[in-house]
Design a binder for this molecule. Structure first.
Ligand SMILES: Nc1nc2c(c(=O)[nH]1)N[C@H]1C(S)=C(S)[C@@H](COP(=O)(O)O)O[C@H]1N2
Ligand SMILES: [Mo]
Length: 417
């Protein structure tokens, strides 16, 4: 199925690149001799297929029905839940909208865009209430950026967590986001000189809110109304969300209804009780906005089993809240030696970057790792280094190198080395 398709594509690239293996080494097990049997005419080739508009809104093939968001199970509070992106089944860097991870503190409100309003007030010259029509009339931009929950991979703080790439790393997606630069709207209302922070509040029943530094708001924050070419999906903030490139997902407030400009942070629940990082000395880090440099191998991963030894393309994703990914190293021997992976174009600012490396698995047990380095020179840390610096009490911002162990029977597990 999808696995075979992928390794076929990888095999062709491998041969094109002439990476040192002759075709004889690909193994007789792959494919069938074309002369061995006549090509059958399948039933679907004998009658006309489904008409156009079979699905007015297109759907994936029924054979892809297992490629869906998944969750670890419902949380105790109504509406407080999340679902993870099936990173193991995706190609390239864009997450299809229907597979973008979800994190809701109080469920998904159904908001009529005609009735939705964005109030901008506080330390401004002209307090203003915007309709969606007002916002959509303003000059727009489209940008491709990742979105990652700072709780992503949080289970790894205390040792190898979940035995699934989707469940361990799937609070991560990458979309094209379209909207109005927040700076444009702030110019409309006129910030007073003491203005330094902005409270962003959602219209969900959690009224989820965060304090945003004015510098970020004026730099590259977006008021987003579209995602991957169409209006936002309800679960991602329809009709309007804030989007802060490279910052923790929590700050990209969905169903955005209010921006209040103040002179200091507002100390909301989500930046005091939650979304702070406890340190070994009993203090906590607060306002840890940036998502640090990180990468993960998406194939092979625990969600697959390697059926036989031979050629595979190791593939994965790297990203950094600091800008662009410069290099990704891959180890096929548990970190003893490293090879530079190929980065697939495009390599964009604060977007997922796809990397790959041809690999011939000799059938021996081994550990696979990837290590990302960004354009600022930041190197993705080892789990040990991260825990030494931050202790075990953090829930957020785990960005260490991920190790996948491949056993002799092809089973892949989550380990820390
Ligand atoms: N209003 C509101 N905004 C919110 C949330 C929420 O529950 N309510 N969840 C936040 C969290 S914790 C994350 S990680 C992202 C998730 O965005 P997504 O569901 O579109 O992936 O939205 C953030 N914005
Ligand atoms: Mo989050």
């Amino acid at each position: 199925m999808s696995r075979e398709t992928k390794s076929e594509a990888g095999r062709r690239g491998f041969l094109r690149k002439g990476a040192g293996l002759g075709s004889a080494m690909l193994g007789a097990a792959l494919g069938t001799n074309a002369r061995a049997e006549p090509l059958q005419v399948a039933p679907w080739s004998k009658t006309p297929g489904e008409p156009a508009l079979w699905h007015p809104y297109g759907q994936p093939s029924i054979f892809e029905k297992d490629v869906v968001r998944r969750s670890r199970g419902a949380a105790a509070m109504p509406g407080a839940n999340s679902s993870m992106t099936p990173l193991q089944n995706l190609y390239g860097i864009i997450t299809p909208s229907g597979l973008v991870f979800e994190r809701h503190h109080a469920g998904i409100p159904q908001i009529d865009p005609q009735q939705h309003r964005l109030a901008v007030h506080g330390l401004v010259a002209r307090p203003t209430i915007f309709t969606m029509d007002d916002l959509v009339r303003l000059p727009s931009v489209s940008r491709i950026h990742f979105l990652e929950c700072s709780g992503n991979t949080g289970r790894e703080w205390k040792g190898p967590g979940t035995a699934s790439l989707q469940l361990s790393h799937g609070l991560l997606s990458c979309c094209e986001w379209t909207g109005v630069p927040l700076a444009t709207v702030l110019e409309e209302v006129g910030i007073q000189p003491e203005g330094a922070w902005i409270l962003a509040e959602g219209a969900d029943s959690a009224a989820m809110s965060r304090s945003i530094p004015l510098s970020k708001a004026l730099d590259d924050a977006l008021l987003v109304y579209a995602q991957n070419g169409e209006r936002l999906r309800p679960e991602h903030g329809y009709p309007l969300r804030l989007f802060l490139p490279g910052f923790e997902g929590n700050m990209s407030v969905k169903w955005l209804r209010r921006l209040k400009i103040g002179s200091a942070p507002f100390m909301t629940r989500e930046e005091t009780s939650k979304y702070t990082d406890s340190l070994p000395d009993g203090t906590a880090r607060q306002f840890t906005f940036l998502m640090e440099t990180k990468s993960v191998i998406t194939f092979p991963a625990p969600d697959f089993r390697l059926k036989e030894k031979g050629f595979y393309e190791i593939s994965g994703l790297a990203w950094t809240g600091r800008g662009r990914i410069k290099r990704v190293d891959v180890s096929i021997d548990g970190g003893r030696s490293w090879s530079v992976a190929q980065l697939q174009e495009p390599v964009l600012d604060r977007a997922l970057t796809r990397f790959c490396l041809p690999w011939h698995w000799d059938g021996a047990a081994t550990v696979l790792q990837s290590r990302a380095i960004d354009e600022t020179g930041f190197v993705q840390p080892q789990a040990r280094q991260l825990v030494d610096a931050r202790g075990f009490e953090s829930n957020y911002h785990f960005n260490a190198i991920q190790s996948w162990k491949v056993a002799t029977d092809g089973v892949v597990t989550n380990v820390q080395v």
